[in-house]
Write a protein that binds this ligand. Sequence first.
Ligand code: ADP
Length: 468
Amino acid sequence: AIDSARGAYKTHSWTAAPLVADSAAAKGDSAELINPAHPRDVVGRVTWATPDTVAAAVAAAERWDAPAPARAETLNRAADLYEAHFGELFALLHREAGKSLMDAVAELREAVDFLRYYAAHGDSPAGPRGTFACISPWNFPLAIFTGQVSAALAAGNAVLAKPAEQTPLIAHRAVQLLHEAGVPATALQLLPGAGEVGAALTSNPGVDGVAFTGSTETAQIIHRAMAAHLDPGAPLIAETGGLNAMIVDSTALPEQAVQAILESAFQSAGQRCSALRCLYVQQDIADEFLTMLTGAMDTLVMGDPWDPACDLGPVIDAEARAGILAHIEAARAEGRVLKTAPMPGTGHFVPPTLIRVDGIEDLEREIFGPVLHVATFRAERIDAVIDAVNGTGYGLTLGLQTRIDDRVQHVADRIHAGNVYVNRNQIGAIVGSQPFGGEGLSGTGPKAGGPLYLDRFRAHPAPVQQAA
Ligand code: ADP
């Protein structure tokens, strides 16, 4: 079934344009979207929103005034439509975002889970805030996009959704399905575009709150833009980057740890905010462990995401690839590359790479690709490792491989991280039961897919105390 779908979808071309209630406003420049694995494969075309489109969308936005049970029913119907259009969404995740089979399946599942979870928890005596801008990244173009939008809608807000400029086609298809399910055109509008469109939204006084996932730097820019026109209590719900570490001590099970590292650092070509960036291995076991790890890296299959054997596909675009390769080259010049592989001829691929560092403080920024850094530590210095990781200011995920029970608690008590993963990989969350989100430079909280998240999309009017 996948093989025949492959033929059909490889020739299919999608189009996306602003979905604005005032359709006269949908006229901007257009561009082609290119498959990151096959630069000659044109996935479709997009027409960009302009500042005028944004102004028209803000003016046309209307809160979704259906009662909460009707909103829930509509969002559940949208979840059904996502499932019914599995093949098409799947093809878009492959072709527009370069997702492997496993990643695409997991992402579709997560998007559906968000719809059903927020549908189930949308009812509340508190009202909507008004109009929300939902600004999303390209690395989970369906799941994060859908999570933000469905939370804002479940609470009854009007939504202006701006997907990342790399992945407007899948967002466009998702909004069409939400409209088809019954979300009114005035309650959900789509504004494809780059940072300027996001900036036009966040500086518009008609916007009452922003849900954002992307880089820490952009979150800070949005924070300032909102401060210029919104009251200080207006919500910015931001999920940003991380500099995530994993600690492997001498009691870890090596095979389990190696498998967890491969998944955490290289799955999705390292393009997850939760991904492992800096591995700390206890010195006593380091030589043998790193031999195992580099050997295991040889088994990773990099290539066409349509191939079910593919472990990692391409990175998102040529610019991302160039930035990651420059980082690898700088490390190579210093003799710190422990393992890499030859580049394939075409496509935006970066081979899984291991780089030696003295510690996480050597990483100046998050490298958003399949590059893992490794340092060693002496057993009695584990607290210094925790201090160094906390010292980055980020606080998203931490991995720990140990069989010392006391150590789990010791580390968990000291680390500043939103999610701690013990003796497993450090990617993934479960909507509802294991919500995801960070601290410090990694985000404002509350965690997506958790009970507190929806509350930020609601207004809480002052209680009225009236004497007779
Ligand atoms: P990434 O590294 O994931 O591309 P960005 O923070 O650049 O992170 O992008 C995340 C989202 O923020 C994208 O949709 C992008 O277009 C948008 N964006 C970028 N600059 C701005 C800005 N100044 N204001 C609002 N949104 C922006």
